[in-house]
Design a protein around this ligand. Sequence first.
Ligand code: AMP
Length: 186
Amino acid sequence: MTDALRPLAAPLTAPIGEIVASRLRDVPDFPVPGVVFKDFTPLLSDGPALRAVVQDIAGRYAGHVDVIVGIEARGLILGAAVAYELGVGFVPVRKAGKLPGHTHSAEYDLEYGSAVLEVHADAFAGGRRAVVMDDVLATGGTAEAACDLVERAGGSVEGVEVVLELCFLNGRSKLVGRPVHAMLSL
Ligand code: AMP
């Protein structure tokens, strides 16, 4: 059988939280000592699991949003897939200096120091309804900065969607008033 004729693997039937939990890998002391990095590349590399995650997210927003916003870097990967599934547009939120057009910028705190995210200033013209996506919600600073950028550019944040939420870091406290959904909360 050629690859073109090979049937797709059967859809997964387990609850989405279990699908995610069994495909996250803990990497201790990355990128700095003391941090346990939640690596979701095993999830990305598993076709049926990736499809299940994308379809689960898309199902929450079908008909309610105009655009998916993905935060660099891993939110770009997932967000583009969800936008494709929904048939809506995709807007990247990128680190400083990466976007070529006129941008809005937002500075936010990291565990050590700060960073800047940017979005194209014309990306939400006409008040587009957006979902902001990332892989992990930790302290919430990244997602908060992305939401601020959407709103400053004239869009509305209909939801913040993450694969994994690290509850002990209380990221939701920075996103009060914005609906947050996590497929897995630890
Ligand atoms: P924060 O701004 O603290 O919510 O951090 C969220 C951003 O940092 C997301 O873009 C994540 O990809 C990344 N991040 C923070 N902590 C972790 C972690 N323990 N494992 C994987 N990614 C993380």
